[in-house]
Design a protein around this ligand. Structure first.
Ligand SMILES: [Zn+2]
Length: 176
């Protein structure tokens, strides 16, 4: 899908984000706000308490530190030399928790975007702004998720759940 953001729009967003001493989370908040999308912070009633919650669209954003959440980048794959076992266990817990959260979100019909810390460097910022924009603005909201056909897996699961009672009936009939 083409990123249809205009040059003027992009430079306005970049100017808002590029201020100094900006934490990754603050940078993402500014990007989302620049797109004119209203959000809540740390939705307590949403699985994983996502950093940003866009409730009307049923979309959430997480801003993940590469080291703690084990991104595929260099920082995310590095492990301190001392206490390797401790770190391995800690990282495994973090990764497992993230996977649980993603599953819980999917079950409840939330769509999630993960923005990694390293994707907010000046070199990667334009692409990240485009990605967030596509997620929040260009893509239609999916309420309910099963109707769009975009999340084929989810809708297949929902269907199979809905017809679960039918096989029992056919078994009863085959007894006769
Ligand atoms: Zn990273």
């Amino acid at each position: 899908m083409a990123d249809t953001i205009t040059a003027a729009e992009r430079s306005r967003i970049m100017a808002a984000v590029r201020s100094r001493h900006t934490s990754p989370e603050l940078a993402v908040r500014r990007i989302v706000a620049s797109l004119g999308v209203r959000y809540r912070l740390h939705g307590k009633n949403v699985p994983g308490s996502p950093d940003l919650v866009v409730a009307p669209q049923r979309k959430v954003l997480f801003v993940h530190g590469c080291f703690w959440h084990r991104h595929s980048c260099r920082r995310g794959q590095s492990t301190p030399a001392a206490n390797k076992k401790f770190w391995a266990a800690k990282f495994a817990r973090n990764v497992a928790r993230d996977a649980d959260v993603r599953r819980a979100l999917r079950r409840e019909g939330w769509r999630a975007l993960i923005v990694w810390e390293c994707q907010l460097t000046p070199a990667k910022l334009p692409a990240t702004v485009g990605r967030i924009r596509r997620f929040l603005v260009a893509e239609p909201s999916t309420v309910p998720a099963a109707k769009t056909g975009k999340t084929a897996k989810t809708s297949a699961k929902t269907r199979s759940r809905a017809v679960r009672s039918e096989p029992q009936r056919s078994i009863a009939r085959s007894d006769a």
